[in-house]
Ligand binder design. Structure first.
Ligand code: NIG
Ligand code: FE
Length: 412
């Protein structure tokens, strides 16, 4: 008698498990003709079909009929709560004005800040719903949401509270990130250092005390904050016990990734201008390199992140949507998997690792989700596909048979 099997609430039988578990030595960590059982929202058993007697299972038995089961997809970098939209800037950019020029002229992020400040928490939630639903409907089960369009204590808290309230209505795991250092607010026009001090002394400790964010992020770039200002933010995040993330080396090399790595950042994101010294630092700290091909595509950039060098140093890569109104208004992680392959040269297996296992680590969740492994969350997707590569190959149709969140079938 197998007591774990006996105890399962549900068991999927006759499945092909694309576990994404590095301990399973096969492409995609694939286990053919397996069963996977769950209890209390967690995976409790993974077994070859021939090793179990299904009659011993008292829970619900679901026949996967040979279909492929993967971990739930994880979007580890979004700005999906915001007010308004910026199609006017899209037109300006198509006519030759650059993202940085628009930003310097007071548009860009600051335009969304004005629109976000003018909305209530409820208004923000309303506008964010279709964006979140688009992600969840294509199989995303964990989403990170950043603040960063409030830039006052009240408005940053409003964004983080909106994220929490929104999350309560849907079956997914939320990770939230304080990105108060996204742009220099108009009130601090010539005193960025004073704003950084406000973030470090007031915002970070308060947000940590109220449990409103899991991590802190900063836009380290010539048009935003310097590497020494970034370092102050990292110190404050570390003191508050929050994770560290950074927008770095997107438009130039400011060495933000290297500095973030020295503070054991969970992830460094964008990275088009990352150099070898930065990559060595990431390798040393175990920090995830998050690539955002949607922003690269939407801004018409030409400098690509150093994927081959990241591979050589075995730095784990994540892919995320960066969903935001300025540099990537594209609410699809599946599209990012495709772009990761087509634009940056990732393999379909790397693209799935980048949106499961490595994305979990980019959110400090590497121990609890991101692979099909006993003891991890039962966030799983059953697909009507023949090969896991189809998840990166194809876009626009979602061949999802079942979306399972914390062990429950969960349609959005
Ligand atoms: O990740 N790089 C900075 N922040 C966002 C863009 C935000 C915006 O333009 O509204 C990004 O690309
Ligand atoms: Fe971003």
């Amino acid at each position: 008698m197998n007591s774990v099997l006996n105890d399962c609430e549900k068991i999927w039988i006759n499945a092909q498990l694309a576990t994404m578990d590095p301990q399973v030595e096969a492409l995609y960590g694939l286990l053919r003709n397996h069963s996977i059982g769950v209890k209390n929202g967690q995976i409790t058993i993974i077994s070859p079909m021939q090793d179990i007697n299904i009659d011993e299972c008292h829970g619900e038995i679901i026949d996967a009929d040979g279909s492929i089961l993967t971990p739930g997809l994880i979007d580890s970098h979004t700005h999906l709560i915001y007010g308004g939209q910026r199609s006017g800037e899209f037109t300006q950019r198509l006519n030759g004005t650059s993202y940085a020029e628009i930003s310097r002229a007071g548009g860009g992020i600051l335009a969304t800040v004005a629109a976000t400040r003018s909305l209530t928490e409820g208004g923000l939630i309303q506008q964010a719903r279709p964006r979140l639903e688009a992600l969840l409907n294509e199989g995303v089960t964990t989403v990170e949401i950043k603040s960063g369009y409030g830039l006052t204590l009240t408005d940053e808290l409003k964004m983080l509270r909106a994220a929490k309230k929104l999350a309560a209505d849907y079956p997914f795991r939320l990770r939230s990130t304080l990105l108060a250092a996204h742009a220099i607010p108009p009130e601090f026009h010539n005193s960025a250092d004073a704003y950084i001090e406000l973030i470090c002394k007031e915002m970070i400790p308060l947000v940590a005390a109220e449990g409103l964010a899991d991590a802190v992020d900063i836009f380290c770039e010539k048009i935003a904050f310097s590497s020494s200002q970034s370092e102050k933010i990292f110190v404050a995040a570390e003191n508050a016990g929050l994770g560290i993330k950074v927008h770095a080396e997107q438009l130039s090399n400011s060495h933000g990734a290297e500095i973030a790595a020295s503070y054991s950042a969970w992830s460094v994101d964008h990275l088009e201008y990352l150099d070898e010294a930065g990559i060595k630092a990431l390798k040393k700290s175990g920090t995830i390199a998050t690539l955002l091909p949607g922003a690269f595509y939407f801004l018409g950039e030409t400098k690509k992140p150093p994927v081959e060098l990241l591979r050589q140093y075995q730095v784990p890569m994540a892919l995320a949507s960066d969903l935001n109104p300025g540099s990537c208004p594209l609410a699809s992680l599946r599209l990012m998997m495709n772009m990761g392959c087509v634009l940056f040269g990732l393999t379909p297996e790397e693209a799935l690792q980048a949106t499961t296992r490595n994305a979990a680590s980019a959110l400090g969740l590497g121990e609890s989700t991101g692979t099909l492994s006993v003891g991890k969350a039962a966030d799983m997707l059953l697909w009507n596909i023949d090969d896991p590569a189809q998840l990166a190959y194809q876009f626009g149709a979602t061949p999802l048979l079942q979306r399972i969140f914390a062990g429950e079938l969960s349609h959005v």
